[in-house]
Design a protein around this ligand. Structure first.
Ligand code: ADE
Length: 256
């Protein structure tokens, strides 16, 4: 999968993209990430990318010309046509607190595309014509405001990349993730079996796979019940799940 990132701060990206799983995925050509500096597409002597807002008020606004020029060049969009011929089926995503709120199912949805564009906003905002005539989707990473879309773009890349085939070492790695199934993930333990007197649950050391699976399912349900009851409302519970949830109700919120 190919990610095309457009930003005024390309230097933010390498430290994260050159580490750990994303680094390995890039080396193995499972993902390809190109970071484009919007400033390289300015045509004036001062390489201007922002200007004062029409109508006054504080803050600067990202100018439309370099953003259109950058994305149209990289995607080979024919801007001489009116309206410009769009790049077929390549989402052009603006990272903005005004977008739809990112979650696991949006990550899943975007992981199906062979190529996506991530446009990082800076300053107070972007010229509205970018939003109206270039961008095809807007995504927020939550109801708070950051100084720019660079961290949100990295978050999308990370969440999407780990869903792609062979990116995680364990091929089933992403299946049990919190949110992947609609439930929070069960707790994990590793060696030593006892640490400072705190023991790992016996069932996990029992070698009985059916029992382990049942315990994990119940722990997932218990965690979701305690921490994210809103998720349980949307989740399709089996009869066994329902019985387990009912058994929790008298003691409610048993796990911290
Ligand atoms: N840019 C600034 N804040 C943002 C947010 N919460 N999500 C996405 N992009 C942003």
């Amino acid at each position: 999968m190919q990610f095309e990132v457009f930003t005024l701060l390309p230097e933010i990206f390498p430290p994260y993209l050159d580490s750990s799983i994303l680094k390995r995925a890039r080396e193995r050509n499972l993902i390809n990430i190109r970071v484009h500096n919007i400033r390289d597409y300015t045509r004036d002597k001062h390489h201007t990318t922002d200007d004062n807002p029409f109508g006054g008020g504080g803050g600067m606004v990202m100018k439309p010309e370099p953003v259109f020029e950058a994305i149209e060049t990289v995607l080979e969009i024919d801007a001489s046509q009116t309206p410009p011929v769009p790049a077929s089926n390549i989402p052009i995503i603006l990272l903005t607190p005004q977008g739809r709120v990112f979650n696991q199912s949006i990550a899943q949805e975007l992981s199906q595309y062979p190529r996506i564009v991530l446009l990082c906003g800076r300053y107070e905002g972007i010229d509205e014509r970018i939003r109206e005539h270039l961008v095809t989707d807007e995504i927020s990473i939550g109801d708070y405001v950051l100084t720019g879309g660079e961290l949100p773009a990295l978050i999308l890349i990370d969440a999407i990349a780990r869903l792609l085939p062979d990116v995680l070492g364990d091929p089933t790695g992403a299946q049990d993730d919190s949110h992947a199934s609609g439930l929070l993930e069960y707790p994990h333990y590793t060696r030593p079996p006892e640490f400072r007197g705190w023991k790992a649950p016996d069932v996990l050391l029992s070698g009985d796979h059916a029992k382990i699976e049942k315990w994990r399912r119940e722990q997932s349900l218990l965690r979701t019940f305690n921490k994210r009851p809103d998720m349980l409302e949307k989740f399709e519970l089996t009869k066994k799940d329902l019985k387990f949830i009912e058994s929790l109700k008298p003691q409610e919120k048993s796990e911290k």
